[in-house]
Design a protein around this ligand. Structure first.
Ligand code: ATP
Ligand code: MG
Length: 328
């Protein structure tokens, strides 16, 4: 039986195959014909159409803020990904990476989607544990860890040990909020309407929390007054506020989690610092900004967006770890 770890993220799906490593990283989206509702493209092919379908179709994201919002589209997309990596006939056992505090009802949805995509056996692991493993931090009962995963649709914050979550929460803040805010900011500053794909690219290219960072990028859009196509050069400074406002919110919630900790756990936090994961943590200067805000060391892995799935990969290959942290 093939063993996979699957991170069905709001923005990007990552799949790890035991024995091979990461075998897939694709947009979690489908394009749908407006008249018939039929799926016309999957994954990255669908995302390329985002904002370009006119009245003919829609690009939809079946996972919303870490929760499966459309089971039928989610199952079709997952089946497409599985066919891509394991071919037509397969018997698969999968570990799903789920948000911190993912309840029975949400897990039931993952279970139905997995079954309908052809997966035979399913288990679940919460992202904070996988974040630590993705950082190569060994889990133990006596050494609590604080992990923050900032994804496209949500942020999970948790202090935990191998015994369980000591304090944690999942909030509906992520890269998508920043992208939407960037669209509004560019409209206000330059009287230019840009699309969601352009806003995401701006965040990922010039987005920075480093003071006076002077990265810039040429962006194209539609002049709001004349309606004509127009280009402007956008700088890091232009997108600073739409990014910082959400990072500040995450830091505020991190403080709430830290305040709930027993003294001995706080002491361990001083020593261990914060372990950051999620694509948004790639924003230049984010780790230093968090460290400064929370007065703790902040660790960033070499590939923040892939850390959770690498953690998932470590669990599927380790029976005792699996027994300790996985839920059915
Ligand atoms: N270099 C980068 N700089 C800034 N943001 C980035 C960068 N690369 C990716 N991102 C952003 O990271 C987000 C996706 O990260 P990730 O794959 O961790 O999220 P996800 O797992 O799909 O979502 P979630 O965990 O919320 O369900 C997107 O908002 C994407 O634009
Ligand atoms: Mg994620």
């Amino acid at each position: 039986m093939l063993k996979l770890a699957i991170d069905f993220g709001t923005v990007m799906t990552k799949i790890y195959k035991l024995g091979s490593g990461i075998v897939l990283a694709e947009a979690t989206c489908v394009s749908v014909a407006r008249e018939t509702g039929a799926i016309t493209a999957f994954g990255n092919d669908a995302k390329r159409l985002w904002g370009k379908t006119g009245d003919f179709g829609d690009v939809l994201f079946p996972v919303y803020e870490g929760d499966i919002a459309n089971e039928e589209q989610a199952a079709a997309l997952l089946e497409y990904f599985l066919k891509k990596i394991v071919g037509r006939s397969f018997s698969v056992e999968a570990l799903f990476c789920v948000p911190c505090g993912c309840g029975a009802a949400a897990r039931e949805k993952y279970y139905r989607v997995a079954k309908s995509a052809g997966i035979s056996r399913v288990c679940f692991a919460e992202t904070p544990y996988l974040a630590a493993l993705g950082h190569d931090v060994p889990l133990s009962e006596s050494n609590p860890v604080f992990a923050i995963d900032i994804g496209g649709g949500k942020t999970s914050l948790a202090t935990f040990s191998l015994e369980g979550i000591i304090a944690g929460l999942t909030m509906s803040v992520g890269g998508n909020n920043m992208d939407i805010h960037i669209i509004d900011q560019i409209a206000e500053t330059y009287n230019l309407k840009i699309g969601a794909l352009t806003a995401e690219k701006l965040k990922n290219t010039v987005g920075s929390l480093i003071e006076h960072d002077n990265q810039s990028m040429l962006v194209n859009g539609r002049d709001i007054t004349s309606g004509r196509p127009r280009s402007v050069t956008v700088s890091s400074e232009d997108v600073l506020f739409p990014i910082r406002v959400y990072v500040d919110k995450i830091a505020e919630y991190a403080e709430i989690v830290l305040k709930k900790l027993p003294a001995e756990v706080s002491a361990a936090m001083c020593k261990n610092g914060i372990f950051l994961t999620g694509g948004v943590c790639n924003i230049a200067g984010l780790a230093d900004y968090m460290a400064e805000r929370l007065q703790m060391e902040a660790h960033l892995p070499s590939d923040a967006q892939m850390a959770i799935i690498l953690g998932g990969g470590r669990v599927i290959g380790n029976r005792s770890l699996r027994d300790k942290i996985c839920m059915e």
